[in-house]
Design a binder for this molecule. Structure first.
Ligand SMILES: Cc1cc2nc3c(=O)[nH]c(=O)nc-3n(C[C@H](O)[C@H](O)[C@H](O)COP(=O)(O)OP(=O)(O)OC[C@H]3O[C@@H](n4cnc5c(N)ncnc54)[C@H](O)[C@@H]3O)c2cc1C
Length: 324
């Protein structure tokens, strides 16, 4: 299997690509704190560096995985035989002008929400407690209270898999519930322009504080997790109820495999008790799905994405059923 070494990388990366690390533990780069190492790990600071990385790996056919803060990802225990590009703190500038908010892809969503509140703008109240980057949020059309960031998008700037830059309108992104047309295309979100209407900053603040308080009461926050593991849709709510409730009703709260446990506080969270492995989590996902299928006759699908050693990203239940 492909294993890239320092010397080999220096021979092929002739252009400026930002800081490069080798054999970087991925457990440092996701909120579950799980996963093996990435052969190569790069954190670009500019769009030019992103373009240079894409062109370099294309020349060598090296698998590429783009991540933000890894708050929706489960990395394999054997890591990634390729290059992980993190669009994070180093690409996180924000500019606000009137109702328009421009944020680089690595911007931390709670910080972005706070900046809009301080500027007397609304629209991101539901995002205040989401611990990811705006690039990841746009990719997933993430949000809360049944809303998605796509509602506020004016346009998204991406680098495609040939290293070319494009500006995509809201329509072109085709946002729907926890989905965007960017998924699976290899496009890298380098910045986002949002429309945030004027509002009274005090009302926005009140709403954000209420959201944070509700999250603190509802969700586990001491142990590592990846937020909601299973997808929750309006149709599901209408027919069988939210995933947390049906997992709890199936008697699965506290179920443990290795060091992975169904949270006793919120059953749609799987927490890492210490040294959980991806295998523990996948086995638990499979067991939860089998029990819910048997007791309620419903197929739970994952919101969390699994990342394979060759750099493919797909809903974690597909991996759980496949190979544990
Ligand atoms: C405690 C907790 C609470 C959460 N609550 C919510 C919630 O209320 N609502 C919600 O929607 N989510 C929630 N999440 C999940 C997660 O925070 C969001 O999905 C978030 O938007 C992911 O951002 P990220 O930067 O961590 O992306 P990652 O997890 O790193 O990546 C997610 C996907 O986006 C892709 N990606 C990331 N950045 C880029 C980029 N710049 N360009 C191209 N592709 C990219 C990755 O390849 C991957 O496919 C929660 C997670 C936790 C741990």
């Amino acid at each position: 299997m492909l294993k890239l070494y320092k010397q080999q990388w220096h021979q092929i990366a002739l252009q400026d690509v930002g800081e490069v690390k080798f054999d970087e533990p991925l457990s440092r780069h996701n909120s579950w704190k799980i996963g093996g190492s990435a052969d190569i790990f790069v954190e670009p600071e500019t769009v030019d560096q992103v373009v240079n990385i894409v062109r370099t790996i294309n020349l060598q056919a090296i698998p590429l995985v783009v991540i933000g803060q890894g708050t929706n990802l489960l990395f394999d225990d054997s890591g990634i035989r390729g290059l992980v590009m993190k669009i994070g703190e180093r690409m996180a500038n924000v500019e606000i002008s009137g109702n328009s908010v421009s944020a680089e892809g690595g911007t931390w969503v709670p910080k972005l929400s706070r900046l809009t509140m301080q500027a007397g703008l609304s629209g991101l109240e539901h995002c205040i407690g989401i611990p990811g980057t705006v690039g990841g949020l746009v990719m997933m059309n993430g949000g809360s209270q049944r809303r998605g960031i796509g509602e506020n998008v004016i346009n998204v700037t991406v680098v495609d898999n040939l290293g070319q830059v494009h500006h995509l309108s809201q329509e072109e992104c085709e946002f729907s519930y926890r989905h965007s047309a960017l998924q699976g295309t290899g496009r890298i979100v380098v910045s986002v322009e949002l429309n945030c209407p004027k509002a009274d900053g005090r009302d926005v603040r009140r709403e954000m504080l209420a959201d944070l308080q509700a999250r603190r009461n509802k969700f586990p926050h001491k142990q590592p997790s990846c937020g909601s593991v299973f997808l929750s849709t309006a149709e599901m709510h209408a027919s069988v109820g939210p995933p947390g409730k049906i997992i709890e009703d199936s008697g699965l709260k506290g179920l443990r495999i290795g060091q992975a446990e169904v949270s006793r506080q919120h059953a749609n969270f799987i927490i890492n008790l210490g040294d959980a492995t991806a295998k523990d989590v996948l086995t638990l996902i499979r067991q939860i799905r089998a029990t819910v299928r048997e007791q309620i006759g419903f197929e739970l699908d994952c919101e969390v994405r699994y990342v394979s050693p060759d750099g493919c990203i797909y809903p974690a239940h597909l991996k759980a059923e496949d190979s544990v």
